[in-house]
Ligand binder design. Structure first.
Ligand code: XMP
Length: 323
């Protein structure tokens, strides 16, 4: 008989037995899966778990604080935050090509994460033998894997660490679907902002700026995105849409008029979509009054933005993200 209580109890016991007096590490992305996996393992082994959060400076407004403050407050987890904003900005300077941006962000992320991992391993304390991952049942099926409680398979680490270092994986969510993971997270006391979070890409806002990524543009996009999210939440639409990327067309300018003057600013694109699995998607028919409020607020409140446009393309042919 499936209950979230049973799942938690079962997993906590299995993880305790598995880890013994060794240590585990877990990377937090700000997403639901890694947060719930970490909270579950934290419940089982407490301070024997260390979480790592790489702040690449490409997160949306308030997201890093949600991990640093709210997640830690809710779980009491030991968290190592690496502020790598400067490093990512430098690596991304002058780059506009989407694939190149993705490659750079992925590469830098692994480097920073492995550095943090190496520092934790070098700490005094019991051996770090386990790596926690938020793998879900659909991921397991897709990769043709087996079943098992706190299933273990070997994971060879790449780069930066001793060649023979091998983590055992703890994947406490590998029998669960997304909605079940959310229920477990709720039961573990995680805040709604984390548990009900919509998908957000790993490369973050870096792939929502069409053009070069700079700190100034990121700040501008963060403001516009925060307004869109605020209004969608206020209108009670969060559960109706899959996600709503907000995109800055940094290389485009158009003429406008604001106050007494002519402006020459950037457009912001709203990309609300409905989807079951992100493989296909349709553009969401949002109420006009909500779109109007978002548009008015963004053009009034965000410097250098003088136009808001709506993306009415399904997937295919468009992808959900612009890059
Ligand atoms: P596309 O743009 O391919 O996006 O239609 C499909 C879904 O995947 C998300 N997405 C990503 N998620 N790392 C992620 O973790 C990525 O690099 C990435 N790229 C896209 C996107 O937000 C959508 O939900």
């Amino acid at each position: 008989n499936w209950t979230t209580g049973n799942v938690i109890e079962e997993q906590v016991e299995a993880i305790r037995e598995l880890v013994g007096d060794k240590r585990a590490i877990c990377g937090l992305s700000g997403g639901v899966d890694s947060a719930v996996a970490a909270a579950l393992v934290q419940k089982a082994i407490g301070s024997q778990l260390t979480c790592v959060y790489v702040d690449h400076g490409l997160m949306r407004k308030g997201e890093t604080e949600q991990v640093e403050k709210d997640f830690v407050a809710a779980t009491g987890v030991q968290l190592k935050v690496v502020d790598a904003e400067q490093r990512f900005l430098e690596a991304l300077a002058g780059v506009s090509d989407p694939e190149e941006k993705r490659k750079i962000i992925g590469r830098e992320f692994i480097r920073v994460f492995e550095q943090a991992q190496a520092e934790i391993i070098a700490d005094e304390g019991p051996a770090v033998e386990f790596l926690v991952q938020g793998t879900l049942y659909p991921d397991v099926v897709e990769s043709g894997g087996g079943t098992g409680t706190a299933n273990i398979k070997s994971h060879h680490n790449v780069g930066g660490l001793p060649e023979d270092l091998e983590f055992k994986l703890i994947e406490p969510l590998r029998k669960l679907f997304k909605d079940e993971v959310r229920m477990v997270g709720q039961e573990l006391g995680l805040p709604d902002e984390i548990v009900q979070r919509q998908p957000f890409p790993g490369p973050g806002l870096g792939i929502r700026i069409v053009g070069e990524v700079t700190k100034e543009r990121l700040d501008l996009l963060r403001e516009a995105d925060a307004i869109a999210r605020e209004e969608l939440t206020a209108a009670g639409l969060d559960r109706d849409i899959w996600q709503c990327p907000v995109v800055l067309l940094a290389d485009v300018r158009s003429v406008g008029v604001q106050g007494d003057g002519r402006t020459y600013g950037h457009p912001i694109v709203l990309r609300p979509v409905s989807s079951e699995d992100a493989m296909t998607a349709d553009w969401s028919r949002l109420p006009y009054d909500v779109l109007a409020r978002i548009s008015t607020r963004i053009t009034n409140e965000v410097r250098d933005v003088n136009r808001v446009v709506l993306d009415v393309t399904s997937k295919p042919p468009g992808t959900i993200e612009w890059e």
